[in-house]
Design a protein around this ligand. Structure first.
Ligand SMILES: [Zn+2]
Length: 146
């Protein structure tokens, strides 16, 4: 029985372009990134993310659509507010998830949902703060001009 190393001579790979680099290199020889070694040694460049919707995400989408339609029938105003809040939250989460998938760190479904919900609360708070600051600025400008 011979003891074999499962990983003979692991060479550090650039997380961005996948080029092997010498251990102490200050930058990637191929793409010149200074942070080429920011992921652990032996990191492999991820294959492009597959666009394959899971059963869970499909079910969540159907439930969300059904819920929105039901809410529309009950109170269209509330449904509109929900859509206005949910849409940017979903778009921001999707963009973040895509960026994470591109660097080989896909976002789990539970984190996506948590981020969506958190953003749905944070976005209106930010908007209110921005509106408040803008209103304050308008008031100050008026005071100065009069
Ligand atoms: Zn590189």
């Amino acid at each position: 029985m011979t003891a074999r190393s499962p990983n003979p001579g692991p060479e550090p790979l650039c997380w961005k372009c996948g080029a092997p680099n010498a251990m102490g290199s200050s930058e990637c020889w191929l793409c010149q990134r200074a942070d080429w070694n920011r992921y652990p040694i032996g990191y492999r460049r991820p294959s492009p993310p597959r666009r394959r919707p899971t059963i869970a995400s499909g079910m969540i989408t159907i439930a969300a659509i059904a819920g929105t339609i039901a809410l529309f029938r009950d109170s269209p105003g509330m449904a509109m507010v929900l859509i206005i809040l949910a849409l940017p939250a979903m778009l921001l989460t999707a963009a973040k998830a895509r960026r994470r998938a591109a660097i080989g760190d896909p976002m789990p479904m539970i984190e996506r949902i948590a981020r969506c919900v958190a953003l749905m609360f944070l976005i209106p708070i930010y908007l209110i703060l921005i509106c408040g600051v803008m209103a304050l600025a308008v008031v100050l400008v008026h005071r100065l001009l009069w």
